[in-house]
Design a protein. Structure first.
Length: 728
């Protein structure tokens, strides 16, 4: 199973989620960046989306120079809209306050959607300059709304009104969400505290941008050049091809390049026979942002943590973690810690077993000089692969022959058809941000009703962030008309040779199902209000639908139809499937510990109150106290922990993947106990209670409606092959 290569880039600002409708074509004067002259042209970012499917993003017409004026115009318009609501002479009602708020910010939301897509997939020096300037201004803008006294008074009045009892449960939840979001953002503070809070938020926005750009610079600027066959020893052809392609982008002729990104480093550490080069690659990767150079993130982290602690105190919370978790499913850091600690000990025990197995194997394979080696962190993936082969006769490269990217894409479409009655057809009349992006229309198989659009951006390119993620370009809702969903899935596969199928690993196939799970969460949305739509749920709940979908990859139906050999077209043999199944919990000690170490350090950093923290020292001490196995390093070391320091979104929230997996493991049991993974009755319950409700329902309640009870930890432990009683 694969936990963390994913980031969900759903917008987190409640009042900022409303998409299109009701906005007329607005001509805005933009200043030409080159000449400084006023150019009377229409900025395409500000125009209501045109074209088929209720309008689509104008990716083909956007230029980086248009972002700043568009963001400025969007913010100004949004502030004017909000001011109108705040100054409404009529007494506050749900309709004239909350519903009206749901109608504001549509123009800015459209701009920010495309701004976000460029930031994640078309980034470069020109764009980074815009980010550096606009990040603090966007933060200040957000505060201007949540600190609007008259507006908050109206929201508070609606929330406390006796009218509330007559509202639908969705409206009641939305009132609560507005009220609580405003309070949590400082709406109740005095003027001085508000101004300090806004200062803090702007400083943080600046620091987050610098943190991200530093990590990007180290990933882009550092690499290892391999110059001879001897340096390629052990690497399979696919890794060599990727390294050759990387060499071309880095202008290293006649050489191969291992980039400083996970998708380049992990396969190298798994296969390279050259222990010296493995160590070199490992050190380069784990030291991103920690090299004492101009891209060092340590001082930035200290400052971020202090500002977060001060902000939490201002807002009346003991720590940043308490503030972040209040509205999460876990509710308190203590609950999250309890789950993590429950899993930590058996996972560490398993690591010691895994290391013993690897050491036994390594003892039989002395190095070239005949010396015995002791397993070090740069050896883990390499020897784990050797143990996997010896014990389960399972070779990842053998499995890969059956995993073609495009066939698996057909597989996820088929699963969506079985579970949710969706049909996918190519939409070729839609502009895309890059020629690699393809779009499909999603319809209901029976009624042919249009459901939404799915954009697929699978390949790595310069300026695209690493990893895989889902993004919502437009959320389903009804306040502004029948608005349908637009979602995208993004990955970083290295493009194959033209005409040849792209083969991917089992882990990557799982990631595809995972991200598609997020997309289905968006596409199934059936709510009225945009702020409650699709994936706009608690951070520790949002990975539940996506992790759940991973289970369908290994169903016989998918494997027989879609896991077919790239040359013979024959389905993956049952004997190989059996070997995959037998090896299912193999290396789970490593996977769990590298993840949990990062999640625990994240939480402890944010429970440490406002002491001045030296990230490296804190990491070292905390891991020593936890009994971190020497052979493993955190999946994201602090100076490169983008989840936690590139924004607030996963801060004190990296535990979310484990929390969601608790639900995932337990929920899949409903299918196992029922008629199997394609039991239509259970799939319908899944749609009804989980995938369609967005944030209309409290997540714990939604889960109980689906499962008939609360989740049990036993399923999680079983899924990972751990015993529930500490020890084996
Ligand atoms: Zn995810």
């Amino acid at each position: 199973m694969l936990l963390l290569v994913t980031i969900l880039t759903a917008s987190a600002i409640a009042y900022n989620l409303n998409p299109t409708k009701g906005v007329n074509l607005i001509a805005v004067q933009t200043t030409d960046a080159q000449t400084g002259a006023e150019a009377h042209v229409i900025n395409p970012l500000l125009v209501r989306w045109e074209g088929p499917y209720g309008g689509v993003p104008p990716f083909d017409r956007v230029q980086v120079a248009q972002f700043k004026p568009a963001l400025e115009a969007g913010m100004a318009k949004n502030l004017a809209e909000v001011e109108r609501i705040a100054k409404d002479p009529a007494a506050p009602t749900f309709e004239n306050t909350i519903t009206e708020m749901e109608r504001t910010g549509q123009m800015l939301d459209r701009v920010q959607t495309i701004y976000g897509v460029f930031g994640a997939t078309m980034n470069g020096p020109e764009f980074q300059a815009v980010q550096r300037e606009m990040a603090p201004r966007l933060a200040a803008f957000g505060d201007q709304i949540t600190q609007n006294v008259a507006l908050f008074k109206r929201i508070e009045a609606v929330y406390n009104s006796s009218e509330k009892a007559r509202l639908t449960s969705e409206q009641q939840r939305l009132s609560w969400l507005y009220y609580t979001n405003f309070v949590r953002s400082g709406a109740r503070l005095g003027a001085d505290d508000k101004s300090r809070l806004s200062q803090i938020n702007q400083k943080l926005a600046r620091l987050y941008t610098r943190f991200s750009q530093n990590v990007l610079a180290e990933e882009d600027g550092q690499f290892i050049t391999l110059k001879s066959d001897a340096e390629l020893a052990g690497l399979p052809q696919s890794v060599r091809d990727a390294a050759a392609a990387a060499a071309a982008t880095k202008k290293q002729t006649g050489a191969w390049v291992i980039m400083n990104t996970r998708s380049s480093i992990d396969p190298f550490l798994t296969y390279s026979d050259r222990r010296d080069l493995r160590e070199k690659a490992w050190r380069m990767f784990v030291n991103r942002g920690d090299n004492g150079n101009e891209h060092d993130n340590n001082a930035i982290i200290t400052e971020i943590l202090q500002l977060r602690a001060e902000r939490a105190r201002l807002l009346g919370y003991p720590t940043h973690a308490h503030w972040r978790l209040e509205n999460a499913m876990a509710k308190t850091p203590e609950h999250a810690m309890e789950l993590m600690e429950q899993v930590w000990k058996p996972a560490v025990t398993r690591v010691h077993e895994e290391v013993a197995d690897m050491q036994a194997l390594a003892d039989k394979m002395p190095d070239k000089e005949g010396a015995k080696i002791k397993i070090e962190p740069w050896d883990y993936r390499y020897y784990a692969e050797k143990v996997r082969k010896a014990r389960y006769d399972l070779d990842q490269n053998e499995v890969k022959q059956y995993l073609q990217l495009e066939k698996l894409r057909e597989g996820i479409f088929w699963v969506a058809g079985e579970l949710f009655n969706f049909n996918f057809t190519p939409a070729t009349n839609v502009p895309v941000v890059h020629p690699d992006v393809r779009v499909w229309e999603v319809t209901d198989k029976t009624t042919k009703r249009h459901i939404g659009l799915w954009y697929f951006d699978p390949y790595a390119r310069a300026g695209k962030r690493s990893g895989a993620w889902m993004n919502a370009y437009r959320s389903q809702e009804r306040v502004n008309g029948e608005i349908t969903t637009i979602v995208s899935n993004n990955a970083n596969f290295v493009k194959g040779k033209p005409g040849e199928p792209l083969l991917i690993s089992w882990d990557d196939a799982q990631t595809m199902f995972h991200e598609f799970g997020h997309a289905l969460h968006g596409l199934n949305s059936n709510v009225t209000y945009p702020s409650l739509s699709g994936t706009a749920v608690a951070r520790d709940y949002v990975e539940f639908p996506s992790q759940l979908l991973e289970h369908w990859l290994s169903t016989p139906e998918v494997l027989q139809r879609f896991a077919v050999h790239y040359q013979t077209g024959k389905p993956i043999p049952q004997t190989l499937v059996d070997r995959i199944k037998r090896a299912e919990t193999f290396n789970e000690g490593f996977i769990t510990v590298e993840y949990l170490a990062a999640a625990l350090v994240d939480m402890k950093l944010h429970l440490a109150s406002d002491q001045k923290i030296d990230a490296d020292a804190f990491e070292k001490t905390t891991l020593a106290e936890l009994g971190m196995p020497h052979e493993i390093v955190m999946r994201h070391r602090t100076p490169q922990f983008m989840h936690v320091f590139s924004s607030d979104s996963y801060s004190a929230g990296y535990y979310s993947y484990l929390w969601s997996d608790l639900l995932t493991a337990d929920a899949y049991g409903a299918f196992v106990e029922g008629g199997g993974p394609y039991d239509h009755k259970i799939a319908e319950r899944l749609r009804k209670y989980i995938f369609s409700v967005g944030n209309m329902v409290d997540p714990a309640e939604a889960y109980r409606s689906f499962r008939g009870r609360d989740p049990r930890v036993e399923a999680l432990m079983k899924k990972r092959g751990f015993s529930t009683t500490n020890g084996k």
